[in-house]
Design a protein around this ligand. Structure first.
Ligand code: SF4
Ligand code: SF4
Length: 516
């Protein structure tokens, strides 16, 4: 008899908690887990977008015609913590040109286009020789240089998160393997096939953050992945000291199974499930001494530290009812999505919609010319039957279902009303920023209101309004400062004039006496 995750965790001494709302969804993960993880083939061209995460695009460090080796830096982000983009293979730079860039806006952007030479030759790699005794700052710097970002979908630069953590005391590092969105199985496949990499990365991150303990959270339904991860963990810990601590004196790593409920893999929800702590709106997990990193990020960290390899590839799930042979591929960044679909048997005849990401949080792509990016955990091809259930939007009937399932304890119907009526300040006051765009409210809404789309739109509008307000405030402050400067200069001039007049008057009044 298999015990539920909560009982299993409690038997292992780890209490689990609940978060508000959430949904039990059909998973459909098994379809892409039937075949083993395989490496994607080298395409004729790689398109590496200069915009890969929030913030400004990177600046290219290469020029057309230049030869590059795999792993060489080809672009640098101006934000100091965001690091570099690296050549995913060796070859020559064909162009730096506008191309589809797999961005939610659907707009094109600049991409470095690489013509592979077929040799896939790495540049000189510099691993950290003995990471167990290396200074945490050395590890953090190396992770930044390797261009590693959160591979769970948020793509926030990992070194920025680690730097933030460095300024605070981190007691618990959470490695997130609770991949709860339907259809996506790239993390499960990574833990099943490359468990040792994940464990090594978790241990390195523990040293980099100086966290007292590390918890690796996986879903209770990931049978084989859980077993392999536990075996890799046991093997790793057999080499550590026997008093429950590693060579750095930190407590050892533990694996915890959590109940599969969407969106349990969300950072704040997982923290609540594992610790019972709610991260207050406007604060970060690091403010509570917690840091969360995805399992794929941990594996990328292991590559960077143990082998000196920057982030040039990732596991992506190619799946959906509209693709012939769903699978997980280890694909180079910049590979066109059309190429990946082809390697999975191509489109079925009834393929109707292409999404980057899962059905809940993903976004539609207008074309499969879009390339693999660091954020791409899943390419989902839906068929006509999947989208047939969609009906035209109806008015809100105030049933309250959306509030019942909202994991951020918001009132989605109220937020949507605020945004629809242009009351963005009200939406912000009602917690718009706390919305994690999980799509639970859309899923249950009987009126088929695209609530999450409204929240994405509202957030973008509110940010723009805040930027415009701060620009206007800055302009007003500059104008007032100038007025004050001019008034002070004028006052000075008047004083000097008055002094001059006074001294002239005094000289004139002294003149008759001088003559006598
Ligand atoms: S679920 Fe839809 S219809 Fe019901 S209250 Fe929310 S927005 Fe309105
Ligand atoms: S999308 Fe936002 S408002 Fe809707 S359920 Fe998720 S967190 Fe709540």
């Amino acid at each position: 008899m298999r015990l539920p995750a909560r009982e299993q965790a409690e038997l292992a001494g780890q209490r689990l908690y609940h978060f508000h709302g959430g949904l039990r969804l059909r998973h459909n993960k098994e379809v892409s887990c039937r075949s083993p993880l395989r490496r994607s083939r080298l395409p004729p061209r790689l398109y590496v977008p200069l915009l890969q995460h929030a913030g400004e695009p990177a600046s290219a460090l290469v020029v057309p015609g230049q030869l590059v080796l795999k792993g060489e830096a080809i672009a640098r982000f101006e934000q100091p913590v965001a690091g570099f983009l690296h050549a995913p293979t060796s070859g020559s730079i064909a162009a730096i040109a506008r191309h589809a860039i797999s961005h939610p806006s659907g707009q094109e952007g600049l991409a470095v286009i690489i013509r592979p030479d077929g040799r896939d030759q790495w540049c000189a790699l510099q691993p950290v020789v003995d990471w167990q005794t290396a200074e945490p700052i050395t590890l953090r710097q190396k992770i930044g240089e390797a261009g590693i970002v959160g591979l769970g979908g948020a793509v926030f630069p990992t070194s920025a998160k680690l730097s933030d953590a460095h300024d605070k005391t981190i007691h618990t590092l959470i490695i997130n393997g609770a991949e709860c969105e339907p259809w996506i199985s790239c993390d499960e496949m990574l833990m099943r096939e490359q468990a040792a990499r994940v464990i090594a990365g978790a241990a390195i991150l523990q040293r980099a953050t100086e966290a007292r303990q590390t918890l690796i959270a996986i879903e209770d339904q990931m049978g084989e992945a859980g077993e392999r991860l536990q075996a890799a963990l046991d093997a790793f810990q057999a080499n550590s000291r026997h008093d429950g601590r590693n060579a750095s004196g930190q407590e050892q790593i533990r694996m915890v199974k959590v109940t599969t409920i969407y969106p349990e893999g969300g950072e704040r929800q997982l923290i609540q499930v594992l610790t019972g702590l709610e991260v207050p709106a406007g604060q970060r997990p690091t403010d509570l001494g917690l840091l969360c990193q995805n399992v794929a990020t941990a594996a990328a960290v292991a590559d960077a530290i143990l082998e000196g390899k920057p982030l040039v590839e990732r596991v992506v799930t190619i799946t959906g009812s509209g693709v012939h042979q769903p699978a997980n591929l280890l694909a180079l960044l910049g590979t066109p999505i059309s190429d990946l679909i082809e390697q999975c048997g191509g489109y079925r005849q009834d393929a109707a919609r292409l999404l980057l990401g899962g059905p809940m949080m993903g976004y539609a792509l207008s074309s499969d010319a879009n390339p693999m990016i660091k954020a791409a955990n899943c390419v989902l091809v839906l068929n006509h039957a999947d989208i047939a259930a969609e009906h035209p939007e109806l008015p809100c009937i105030r049933c309250g279902e959306c509030a019942r399932v909202c994991p951020s304890i918001l009132l989605p119907q109220q937020l949507q009303w605020d945004i629809r009526n242009g009351l963005l300040a009200d939406a912000s006051a009602h917690g718009l920023d706390a919305c994690i765009e999980c799509g639970c409210c859309d899923f249950v809404c009987p009126s088929q209101i695209p609530l999450t789309q409204w929240f994405r739109f509202g957030k973008a509008q509110w940010q723009q309004q805040l930027q415009e307000q701060s620009a206007a405030t800055l302009a007003r402050q500059r104008f007032e400062a100038r007025e004050l400067r001019l008034a002070a200069a004028d006052q000075q001039r008047q004083q000097k004039l008055a002094q001059k007049r006074q001294s002239l008057k005094e000289r004139r009044s002294r003149q008759p006496g001088d003559e006598t």
